[in-house]
Design a protein around this ligand. Sequence first.
Ligand code: NA7
Length: 542
Amino acid sequence: MTTPQTAFDAVVVGAGFAGLYMLHRLRGLGLSARVYEAGGDVGGTWYWNRYPGARCDSESIYYSFSERLSEAILQEWTWSERYAAQPEILRYLHHVADTLDLRRDIQCNTRVRAAAYDEARNRWAITTDDAVVTATYLITAVGCLSAEHLPPFEGIAMFQGQWYHTGRWPHEAVDLTGQRVAVIGTGATAVQVVPEVATQAAQVYVFQRTANYDLAGQNRPLDPAYIRAVKAKYKEIWATARASAFGLPYGVLDRSALAVSPEERQRIYEEGWAVGGFHFLFDTFSDLLFDKEANATAAEFVRAKIRATVHDADVAELLAPKDHPISTKRPPLEHGYYEAFNRDNVTLVDLRRAPIQTLTAHGIRTVDREYAVDSIIFATGFDAMTGSLTRMDIRGRGGLALKEKWAAGPRTYLGVATRGFPNLFMITGPQSPSVLSNMPVSIEQHGDWIADCLSYLRAHGVTSIEPTLDAENGWGAHVAEVAAATLLPLADSWWVGANIPGKPRQLYAYIGGVGPYRTRCDEVVANGYEGFALVVHSMCAP
Ligand code: NA7
């Protein structure tokens, strides 16, 4: 029997898009690596979020690895729909893992509980469910939306029916046929769940606290000729996406919503709406995120669409948001959500008028009545950006806990590293573009940057790297400054941590744009890892 390996060059936490990409890059450098994955298989977000209707809001042709991972996979994989559904994305990630033979370095069903930096040995000790291993580099690929948030509803233990959180959906089939089902939440997840569940359940109650501006997805099967054309120009597509604001190969125009006539504006909005998805925001006017008045024109356009779709005028009015500018909360893409409210078996419950008091044995009691239900679906979101990191007990120099260091909000340099935690790298960490971008593009950029950095460290005999205090403070100030120039701080969104009681309020992702961010990261490298302290340790145990 061989002794299990317990010392690695790198340990990667998570086997979703980010973990798979990082492992591939680490292998390319000839480093020994082990990936730990809490889920029963690879897939990350797409392993856990298997609720009815789950699909991606980025177009599938852009929600893929580029030629940076494998030109062959890019060319041979063919997406069936404009927005891929969860099972197809999971199949894609399995295909990637199998084609690149990644699984032999991935240990599933294993959660990383803790990681501690041993200063004397300049190594990380990583505690998993079943072992302690060590690594020179610790790389988190834990996803931005992985730590599910279940609000502490009173009476939840009393409820005798079934309840589910969308982010931890069971792997066994869930049959809601003929049931009375409550869906709590109206974010991007609930907007996908509701139309799907409405076709199975006898009755669906949608508990809404805040109405959202849901954009028409305009999903459709992908035409083979279109796929061929895309595959032929992928190089250009990725180049544009990498230089763009949001990691998507569009949205590069410069046009104010206030600089055109109302008729022209309407025409442009209609065009963007018909194209569908985020094109409505990024391909219409460039000041929607920055100018309240411009934003109000888009908000009113969407409200008019809601009123035109939902037959019951009172329900339409409740669904039409008025309390925050459009796009200051993550705009969901809808595929039949508003239409679902025209069905006899779908009822909107306004929690602003009558908040939930308690769950009961047989349902949900609001201040004005009880809703008897068989199942409750909590589509209540995540402790985004930081939750998946701080739920592990990560301790840096001197035993400093990451959770403590970030008590007043994350402090990072470029969202990829944090002072006091040498040789720790965070893929799509807080204060990087991450959730404000098309994730695979940002994941590849971080994976490449980290791989290049490790290569540099090894070539130059550098045994430890961490940000300087000045660099970290400077980056934090810059992240806050670009956020303040937008309308994003105006809404109570998970983007600013408002969904988690007590979470410090600030924009957790970088809104300065994917392209400019990449340029900044490249400049840091060109200037000899400017803003990082590079150290050669005298003791460097294997
Ligand atoms: P979100 O976008 O955080 O949505 C959560 C929803 O749950 C939202 O409508 C919340 O209302 C609602 N919520 C949360 N807590 C409560 C309580 N206590 N009572 C009633 N309603 C509540 O999560 P999603 O899973 O939909 O989407 C997350 C991201 O995944 C999405 O943006 C994509 O990037 C993919 P609120 O708005 O806070 O009033």
